[in-house]
Design a protein around this ligand. Structure first.
Ligand code: SAH
Length: 346
């Protein structure tokens, strides 16, 4: 049975004062330390126990890919129970790095245009497997001293549906907030929109103040059901209601909601659907739409909307006074772009 690194540590030191566990967490993020024996804040017997029973990292590198222009790296990582998943490091506009993390091995959501859905769900990831994607990339940067060293942003846009792994995602976020220099508004949880979980976080006192992006892909209920088969009845209407509840409880200038909208040629990129989206957004508390030109996934019939169609779509939305951004495609030459993570190497 799979047991997380954290659970192993807790079991090993059951009854030890909590500051000891914090020292272990802190040491785990100290880039000067690479093995338990170097954790000088801990007594020797604890160090040797750790050496014997707990791996320094919950994941290890299986393979690494680098985009031609060296702005995107993708790693396939192996878990203790020999499962494989992908994680991505991308250069961002501030000259630092954004990591795109996975929260599940595979995904149960089956979104029509996404590669990960074709794998099905193997299992949810433990908090430490999520946390260690940051530690893995920090180690990678350390091996490349000529690169900028700071990871400033994290997006939950890798494999899996983060809100279907709520507690572990939450624990991972809190750990990064406690032990790294990443601020809460620099972390984005991207979700297909699981309404019970979206409701739950509104009244969860421990939900961290991160940003939320909802993968909408259509404001038309029927069309949404066609593209995202897990869409529940009246989703579009209920999501609008939820957005107002979010706005009145957690929302503020720093915590606006974003809709993500993957543009698929001839499917959801028509002028009519752009107007439907524009009108819908005005009825929600969402102010921002991020359009994502589709990244091709082998074996899928969908293609990316042409430049002109993308421009027209954005122009119509701007006519509704909506803040529209377009996601830059990165790493598509190594299948590391959004929706392309599906473990071709296995
Ligand atoms: N389960 C989460 C995270 C998934 S990936 C979610 O649904 O939001 C992050 C984003 O990439 C989502 O908006 C997703 O819809 C989008 N995406 C998936 N496949 C894509 C593809 N082939 N091209 C472009 N974007 C894609």
């Amino acid at each position: 049975m799979y047991k997380s690194r954290k659970a192993q540590i807790q079991e090993l030191f059951d009854g030890s004062p909590s500051f000891r566990l914090k020292q272990i967490d802190r040491a785990s993020f100290d880039t000067n330390i690479a093995v338990w024996s170097e954790v000088s804040t801990l007594p020797l017997d604890m160090r040797s126990k750790l050496e014997e029973h707990v791996p320094w990292m919950s994941v290890k590198k299986h393979s690494l890919y680098q985009s031609k222009n060296e702005d995107t790296f993708k790693a396939v990582l192996e878990t203790a129970d020999k499962k494989y998943f992908e994680t991505v490091l991308m250069a961002n506009s501030k000259g630092q790095w954004t990591i795109c993390v996975s929260s599940q091995i595979g995904c149960a959501m089956r979104c029509n245009f996404c590669a990960t859905g074709t794998m099905g769900l193997k299992r949810s990831m433990g908090a430490d497997e999520i946390i260690d994607q940051y530690r893995f990339w920090k180690g990678f940067l350390l091996e490349h001293p000529d690169f900028p060293q700071r990871i400033s942003n994290v997006v939950f846009m890798g494999m899996g549906e983060p809100l279907a792994n709520y507690e572990n995602v939450k624990e991972a976020i809190h750990t990064w907030l406690d032990y790294t220099d990443i601020g809460p508004t620099k972390i984005v949880v991207s979700t297909v929109g699981i309404l019970p979980q979206l409701k739950k976080l509104l009244s969860d006192p421990d939900w961290p103040p991160v940003r939320i992006a909802i993968s909408l892909h259509s404001a038309d209920q029927k069309k949404r059901e066609e593209i995202v088969p897990t869409t529940v009845p009246e989703f579009i209407k209920r999501l609008a209601q939820w957005s107002h509840e979010y706005q009145s409880t957690l929302g503020n200038r720093m915590h606006h909601l974003t809709f993500e909208y993957t543009l698929i040629d001839g499917v959801n990129d028509t002028e009519e659907l752009a107007h439907e989206l524009g009108q819908y957004v005005k009825k929600t508390a969402v102010t921002k739409v991020n359009v994502i030109p589709l990244n091709p996934v082998s074996g899928k019939k969908y293609t990316r909307s042409g430049k002109e169609r993308v421009e027209r779509f954005k122009e119509i939305l701007r006519g509704y006074d909506i803040d529209v951004t377009q996601r830059k495609t990165m790493g598509d030459d190594i299948n590391a772009a959004c929706g392309q993570l599906a473990l071709k190497s296995e």
